[in-house]
Design a protein around this ligand. Sequence first.
Ligand code: BES
Ligand code: ZN
Length: 661
Amino acid sequence: MRILLTPLVRALTPTVALVLTCACGSRPAPPSPEASSTVASAFERDIHSFARPDEARVTHVDLRLTVDFATRTLAGTATLTIRRAPGAKSVVLDTRGLTVSGVTSADGASLTVTRGTADPILGQALSIALPDGVTQIVVAYVTAPDAAALQWLAPSQTAGGVHPYLYSQGEAILTRTWIPTQDSPGIRQTYTAHITVPRALRALMSAESLTPDGVEGPAGRTFDFRLTQPVPPYLIALAVGDLAFRPLGPRTGVYAEPSVVDVAASEFAELEQMVVAAEALLGPYRWGRYDVLVMPPSFPFGGMENPRLTFTTPTILARDRSLVSLLAHELAHSWSGNLVTNATWSDFWLNEGVTTYVENRIMEAVYGPRRAEMLRVLERRELLKTIADLGGMDAPDTILHVNLAGRDPDDGATQIPYDKGAALLRVLEQSCGRPQFDAYLRSYMDRHAFQSATTAGFLADVRGRLCTADTADGSSKAGTTQAIRSPEWERTVRLDEWAYKPGLPSNAVVATSEALEAAGAQAHAFAGGTAARALRTQGWSTEEWLHFLAELPPALSPGQLADLDRAFGFTKRGNSEVLFAWLRIAIRQHYQPAMPALEHFLLSQGRRKFVRPLYEDLMGVAWGRPEARHIYARARPLYHAVTTGAVDKILGVGVSEPRKP
Ligand code: BES
Ligand code: ZN
């Protein structure tokens, strides 16, 4: 049974509150938003939201929107259900760039709206006076054509080339550019939606589809959706396009444009197995279906864990299933992130670090320990490189609980929360063994399901429960836990150092992989003069190729690069990760023959992880600067705002320039 938090309990310490909110069971019952207490909210304010949820909290969003490709706007209403604390006189919403034409109560009476000052990062608070008894408000609004969450694609930017395409990207604080609601990860909301699109297109959302084929009406085709599990608003997502579907398993499937969907279905054939592996580790999948939508090439992320419908980049389609760890990652978010959510963006590592750990465990379960350990070795290299890039072991941005005061949460989205976060979980796993750790992780998900988590709350929970005798059923009562870990546990694990200090603690577990050592030895042999063709590379996996490229010496002659390229065809690789690694080397060495491929890569996809470093590399060398500007002039209209935002800074593109020409 779920125990509701009373105001008194809310005033207690987070540890006590965590114990009292124990769900004490593993049944996947979706709670009502009323019952989904947010342990953290009373203690940690979200500096990236204007909302004052302790006074008035949005619990449900009902959208009625029309998608207009001609004006690049969504127009309609958001009807918000509000839970009011006694005495609350208003509700404060987050908005950014929305044109709100009016706010009424459910019976149509107009309500007084007060707008705050606009902040470039946070947007604008919208405060609505609530007469006594009003618990529903109807906000009539239109989005801006350049709303940061939305990307409007012309037909030429899609795989099919005939129909336009629209999608939203809410994380971290972009949902407020298309939905006027309380846009904070600690404010969970259920939602319903009624979306009207041009007749030839299909709408999908991160929700159950109630009318899969849509309903024809005078204004177009209308699709209805419902998500009964409460989620933070960054997980409300919409995609509209010419989309086909292929089932993969009983509750899994893939959507993509018709010309891509079969390739995607074969690439993702093991998706159902991954869900089964994740459930074995973390408990039941609580969202019903798990489908994947392959996005057009400009999608700025590798993947986005929208509930029931992960969005992925098409650059994952290597045609040999070699990049599917990305699916394992987004799937893992169905627990870490979507079920147990970071309370604020400073706790982002609780979403991404736990997910990166679980991703590797899913890979191990489905593809074996050899592949998983290779991935961990590559991950550690990335982590050390990120720490160096951020300024070394003392750099403040290498702290897991990152300080985001006055900053965009995006600034904290480095590899640190991912790889240092996962590294902390591996230290915990090692500190008392896998069976104990797995029991703890499972109980953590159950006990905090549909709630948010703070860094302090997580550390307290670990201290109170990890490797104690009764972790497995999560039913420990204060004072009765029998510690089975050694008295030195706290001193060896160094939790506070991991969470609150920069750098990488020296007790991090170092992964090793014989396969990668062998691949590294081949790179060293090449550096020592062995011809590329004489290297032993037969049957190498993507991980081995990536390690080989990373282990090559920093300076290579044009002749050596040509030798590698002739032997292994790097410039023509279809695997986006291998091509990306090779192109970085090519820029570093000014390897001219790879430049057309570089240009093509930058013009054919907009994944920020690939695009940003390549422009950075180009801008780092004198010959590269005009190249970068020349390519970017054509590529910029193809990219999402998330990507142009990053690349504009690198190229010094002024704010006065239009974002989407
Ligand atoms: N939730 C993230 C994407 C994200 C992060 C969106 C921060 C907005 C702000 C997603 O789960 C993710 O981590 N994607 C990675 C791929 C993953 C395999 C590491 C990405 O997009 O590169
Ligand atoms: Zn993630």
